[in-house]
Design a protein around this ligand. Sequence first.
Ligand code: NAD
Length: 429
Amino acid sequence: MGHDASFNPFEMARQQFDKTADLIGLDDGTRSLLRSPLREFHFSIPVRMDDGTVQVFQGFRVQHNDARGPGKGGIRFHPQETIDTVRALSMWMTWKCAVADIPLGGGKGGVICDPHNLSAREQEAICRGWVRQLARNVGPVADVPAPDVMTNPQHMLWMLDEYEAIHGGHYPGMITGKPVGMGGSLGRTEATGYGVIYCLREALRELDMNAADTTMSVQGFGNVAQYAIELYNEMGGKVVCVSSWDQEEQTTYAFHRANGVDRDELLGITDRFGGIDKAKAKEAGYDVLPGDDWIKQDVDILLPAALENQITEKNVNLIAERVKIIAEGANGPTTPEADAVIEKRGIFMIPDFLANAGGVTCSYFEQVQCNMNYFWEREEVLTKLDQKMTAAYLSISEMAQRQKVYMRDAAYVVAINRVAAACRDRGWV
Ligand code: NAD
């Protein structure tokens, strides 16, 4: 499924929030505070393009809530980016940091642009322009950006460099997801994907299933998907289908191989945006199917790891009888309508802001290491990540079992209660 202009992620995030606010009987003041972002910034970024013309890009930063700590959240470069997408993602970041129990709040940023069509120099100019607009409103004690869809460690370093030029000093805690050796943390690249699989491992244990006997279908083959597949394979699981965006045809394709896809082989024919080369995949023995087919696969586990609004009322009924678990690597992949069907069918849901919290947890470790100016070995990072993710998973699943509620509702109850308590304790509400 491509982009659906009528879909509004912020309405969806609010719908999910309202449901929980009703469930826990949240007071009106706290409810209206948490339903909207605390602050948002909209600005223009003029860039001198390689051909000499000036193009103006639209940039955003939304700070949903910082009661528990400085805002935290990625910056997305996407041609269909909207302010409501950024609002929704910033709200989900607030819940994610609360569920992971790290001392950070929720923020998110974006620029409407397509890096596929921009030179490195033009992208650098967008990064520096973004920071020039926000140099007084982001930073280690205010709001800490990170990479998201189509942004990477190089973008983060350009942004840090601009911030440090403006403020005249070294502030490595201003941004995370930096290159290793330049303030980045080992383990950050794999953190989100691995975190999804740490949660999955716990869910399998709870459901008395053995990873080595399971199969999975994955939507997307970018950062999150690639590392989730790596660790899942290490646990003995078999991925039979992955899908990706085809830039040339502006559509998606699914790549299927019954005896399992080979992650490393696919990586060799994937571009830096996570797009798989169709012709080469065919040569390597993959069936190339329509992109939406990832959801129809007869597997035990579905892993959406592309974008929001992918499991909807239109396709939720295509999910095979056999599917037992959905682990949401992406943010907001499932609409509330589809969610109701999934809950009714008894499919075990590992909700996005729990499942993909590994990225922000490792970003938090990166900040800690930067503050200490002492960097941990990869194993130490991943061990700490596993502990944090497992603790977060268990606190949600215990609540889900105790109160007999759906996992997403349990995650929302824990998150909103923690954020509401911080707002109350500070005397805001
Ligand atoms: P990415 O840009 O590395 O990869 C995205 C992948 O999705 C690519 O393979 C692309 O081809 C594919 N894709 C794009 N549109 C698609 C479509 N319509 N159908 C099928 N495939 C499509 O991005 P990422 O960092 O892996 O992020 C993926 C999701 O995970 C996003 O929702 C993001 O917000 C979320 N997330 C990422 C992180 C992180 O640390 N990277 C952390 C938390 C959440």
